[in-house]
Write a protein that binds this ligand. Sequence first.
Ligand SMILES: Nc1ncnc2c1ncn2[C@@H]1O[C@H](COP(=O)(O)OP(=O)(O)O)[C@@H](O)[C@H]1O
Ligand SMILES: [Mg+2]
Length: 303
Amino acid sequence: MAQVKGRPASKKAKSASTKSRKNSRPAKGGKATGNGSGKELRAEAVTVVYPVKEGDDVHALEKVSLSISPGDFVVALGASGCGKTTFLNLLAGFIKPTEGNVTLGGKPVLGPGADRGVVFQKHALLPWLKVLQNVTFGLKMQGIPQDKRRDMARKYIDLVGLKDFEQKNIYELSGGMQQRVGLARALTSDPAALLMDEPLGALDALTRDNMQELILDVWRETHKAIFFITHSVEEALFMATKLIVMSPRPGRITHEYELDFCHRFFECRDARKVKSMPDFIEMREEIITIIRGDELEGGNIHV
Ligand SMILES: Nc1ncnc2c1ncn2[C@@H]1O[C@H](COP(=O)(O)OP(=O)(O)O)[C@@H](O)[C@H]1O
Ligand SMILES: [Mg+2]
C-alpha cells in the first residue's frame, strides 16, 4: 500500500461558517459497499434544544454544520458541556435535531444504523459472551449466517491485534484490549463512518498512546470517515486531519484546523517525536488557551 505523504501543517483558524475542504488524499480501500462506505456524513445547521421542566431550556447546539468525508479524521475538542456528545448522538441517529438535518451520502439519517459504527468510553460489551461472539453480535442481529459473520469479524479482530484472543472472555482482557474489541465490533458491519466518544478516556497513559497509534493504523487501512471526541489536546492534535474546537452556551464550532501530524507519524512511526515538534507544541498551547478560557467562564476549572 502506498505511503501517504505528509504536508505542512496549516494552523489557520477558520470561522465556523467556512465550508470544510474535501480531503484530497488518495482513497485507500474505500470501496462502496452495502453499508455506505465512501459516503459523506454531513450535519447542516443542526440545533439541539433540550427542554427543561423547571428553568431555562438547554441550547446544547446552535446551527452547527460539519461534513466528514471518507478518509477524514475529525476530532472534536471543547470544554465540558459544549455539546460534543450531543453532536455525536445526532450523527449516530440516537437523537433528532430540533432544527437542521443530518445526512449520509445525501440521504437523511433518521435513526441508528449499521452504516455508522459507535465506540464509547466504556466499552459496552456483553460480558457473558466471548470476544468473537461480541464482535459478531450485531451481524447476528442482522440475520447474517454464522460462517459469514465469523469471516467478517475475524478480519477486524486481526486488524485490531486480537487474533489470539477471540475465544477469551471479556473480563479476562485489559481495558485497552476491551476497547479493541469495541473497535472491531464497530468496524465489522463495514460502516461508512466511525463515531467515537472519548474512547481512550479511561485508559492508562501508556495504553492510551498505543491505542492512538492503533486507531490511526486502522483508519489508514480502512479509509473510514471518523468523528472522534477527546478531552486531550495532545491526542486531538496527533490524530486529527481536521480539528474542531467547540464552545458552550450555546454549543457551536468556534475554530477549525486542518492538520497533518498523523501523516508525519506515518512517515517516522515515532509518536513522541511528532508530539514534541515545535509547531505541535505551539498549537497545543494555543488550543489549551482557547479551551481554558471557555472552562473558566463556565466555572468548570479553577487555576
Ligand atoms: N438529555 C439531556 N437533557 C437535558 N440536558 C442535556 C441532556 N443531555 C445533555 N444535556 C446538556 O446539554 C449540554 C451539552 O451536553 P453534552 O453534549 O453531553 O456535552 P459534552 O459532551 O461536550 O460534555 C450540557 O449543558 C448538558 O448538561
Ligand atoms: Mg461528552
